[in-house]
Ligand binder design. Structure first.
Ligand code: NAI
Length: 346
């Protein structure tokens, strides 16, 4: 068989490096493309067997039709979330695989880093002491010990986040659509979670049903001063409502690694530009908001795992006719596809 050709969209230096290392024997022919996958750019995948995409590539029905007509057989997501792929439309046309876990530790630890930075004002202290300003005014934080953290989504990342929080002596409550049966986690309803939590951290996927799960109404149920952490997907939060909640001094702080309108902004350097997104600009201007650019996953360990698993996915698809990490709309809707995953979903 000829070498499998992969069109690698939205390529950045760091992931090119890890993929080149994992493909040192040049088993795969990879075309690294800086551009994101869109209807306008999918033509660049002409002649390729696989498109490899990340969180902000847009795999919509038109893109799927174009890719299929060009003979592309596989969409290999190099991430866990797949809300940017119309998996229902793709079913029967083009297979979709993902990297279900690359380093849940990386994301959980980043969520904790954001939380500690925010509540102990490390971001402020860093700038102050750089300027030889050793004043402590405005730097008062609070102890995590004894506080209640509400965790939405108790999968791989949520569980690690919970373990770390336990180490701090925090009380944990959680909500999950599919609660774990074999755990010591105290599951509550979402309303109870909003009402009881001092800190709320989101670790669930984005789906049609939980779009804007944090909104004007749900924020009203939250404690005054609550800290909200989102390392999952931006659209879990209605960002304009969040801005209002912070302006009203009801929300104490927000730690955001994701943003619902991030796709044209995150991962790019706009330091010499006027950013047109007023909502993001307002958020960034607030002293109690920390924004990172979807970097929670970005550790050496995670990058290597992403590259290795992506190549394993491609290899198993073309060589063994199996598809361990396939996602289809059945997988997405009932959480467990009716296929056994030792073969392809269709
Ligand atoms: P996972 O699949 O192991 O766990 C997700 C959990 O959410 C499951 O327990 C599931 O039952 C639960 N869930 C599903 N729908 C829900 C709903 N409507 N409400 C509440 N819970 C629901 O996924 P994992 O690996 O823990 O990742 C969680 C999320 O983290 C991903 O979906 C992705 O959006 C995000 N992520 C972000 C990264 C970043 O760099 N910021 C990197 C990797 C993942």
């Amino acid at each position: 068989m000829d070498r499998i050709k992969i069109a690698f969209f939205d390529a950045k230096d760091y992931d090119m490096q890890s993929f080149m290392e994992a493909n040192a024997d040049e088993k795969y022919e990879i075309k690294y493309l800086e551009t994101r996958l869109t209807e306008d750019t999918c033509v660049l995948a002409e002649g390729c067997d696989v498109v490899c995409v990340f969180v902000n590539d847009d795999v919509n029905p038109n893109v799927i039709d174009r890719l299929q007509s060009m003979g592309v057989k596989l969409v290999a997501l190099r991430c866990a979330g797949y809300n940017n792929v119309d998996v229902e439309y793709a079913y029967g046309k083009i297979h979709v695989v993902r990297v279900p876990a690359y380093s849940p530790y990386a994301v959980a630890e980043h969520a904790i880093a954001l939380l500690l930075t925010s509540i102990r004002r490390i971001h402020k202290a860093y700038i102050r002491t750089k300027d030889f300003n050793f004043s402590l005014n405005g730097m008062t934080g609070f102890d995590l010990h004894g506080k209640t953290v509400g965790v939405v989504g108790t999968g791989k990342i949520g569980r690690i986040f919970i373990d770390i929080c336990r180490g701090f002596g925090m009380n944990i409550i959680a909500y999950d659509k599919f609660p774990a049966k074999d755990s010591e986690i105290e599951y509550v309803t979402l309303d109870e979670l909003w009402e009881r939590s001092d800190i709320i951290s989101l670790h669930c996927p984005l789906t049609d049903e939980n779009l804007h799960m944090i909104n004007e109404e749900t924020m009203k149920k939250m404690k005054k001063g609550v800290v909200i952490i989102n390392t999952s997907r931006g659209a879990l939060i209605d960002t304009e409502a969040l801005v209002e909640g912070i302006k009203a001094r009801h929300i104490g702080a927000a730690c955001l690694d994701v943003y619902e309108e991030e796709s044209n902004i995150f991962f790019h350097d706009y330091s010499n530009h006027i950013v047109n997104d007023d909502t993001l600009a307002r958020l960034i201007s607030m002293p109690n908001v920390i924004v990172t650019s979807h970097q929670a996953f970005l550790t050496n360990e995670a990058l290597r795992n992403i590259a290795d698993t992506t190549f394993d996915n491609v290899r198993s698809f073309f060589e063994n006719e199996t598809c361990v990490n396939e996602v289809c709309y059945k997988c997405a809707n009932i959480s467990n596809c009716n296929q056994s995953h030792d073969k392809k979903c269709f």
